[in-house]
Design a protein around this ligand. Structure first.
Ligand code: CDP
Length: 231
């Protein structure tokens, strides 16, 4: 059967990665969390005191970064490795979340990440989630989903996720981080977060995982039928 490219974009904590992962598992596609790449680059910059406001420093640092997604049987996802170190867990840290949107606004950083993301789509059969996947990375993707959810629902979801790792985290801290990131992500100069004109909007505020997966699979089926007709 023909394989397609599926993009899932949207604001922070809408459940993009959860839906993308479930969709990829159902279809036997590869799931790529593009946000993990920006988070890993941010971790490297923080550890190595790279000033991301200085383009020369950024270019030099990017030359020393290798990012790789390696499948883990334990978690059943492709986990991100930064220069051969598995950082999948470390990149979820609040200090990374506080700086990632600044790093992701830098032109050189975006070019570095987008080039690698586009390569991953060469063989199709991929579900990638992020902010600019349907607009910049794969503007010709066969299926584009723009996921949304009520802001309060998003804060609650992220709180439940992060409290397990950090018992001191507060709702206020998370709310402020999501609001700040969403603002920077949608107002930056290069590849801002916005809905692609041909994306399908899916609001999952009141949907269970099963319900949203069903809707997404129906959309995939429709797109695959179109592809078969064209072939
Ligand atoms: O999980 P959550 O939605 O909170 O964020 P993420 O997907 O891990 O992305 C972290 C950050 O990376 C975002 O807030 C953006 O600043 C940046 N990002 C981006 O600029 N472009 C993408 N395609 C994906 C993420």
């Amino acid at each position: 059967m023909k394989k397609i490219i599926i993009t899932i974009d949207g604001y922070s904590s809408c459940g993009k990665s959860t839906l993308a992962k479930a969709l990829a598992a159902q279809l036997n596609y590869v799931f790529i969390d593009s946000g993990a790449m920006y988070r890993a680059i941010t971790l490297y910059f923080l550890r190595n005191h790279v000033d991301w406001n200085k383009p020369k420093e950024v270019v030099k640092a990017l030359g020393n970064i290798t990012l790789e997604f390696i499948y883990s049987q334990e978690t059943d996802i492709s986990e991100i490795h930064l220069n051969d170190e598995n950082v999948e867990w470390l990149i979820r840290d609040m200090v990374v979340a506080e700086n990632v949107s600044g790093v992701a606004s830098v032109k050189e950083v975006r070019e570095f990440a987008v080039a690698q993301q586009q390569k991953m789509g060469d063989t199709k059969g991929i579900v990638m989630d992020g902010r600019d996947i349907g607009t910049t990375v794969f503007p010709n993707a066969e299926l584009k989903i723009f996921l949304t959810a009520d802001p309060a629902v998003r804060v609650e979801r992220r709180f439940k996720e992060l409290i397990q790792k950090n018992p001191h985290i507060t709702i206020e801290e998370i709310k402020s981080n999501l609001e700040t990131r969403d603002y920077i992500d949608s107002h930056r100069e290069f590849s801002p977060l916005r809905k692609a004109h041909d994306a399908v909007v899916l609001d999952n505020s009141n949907l269970t995982m099963k319900e949203q997966l069903k809707i997404a699979l129906k959309l995939v089926k429709e797109r695959l039928e179109v592809e078969e007709e064209i072939a």
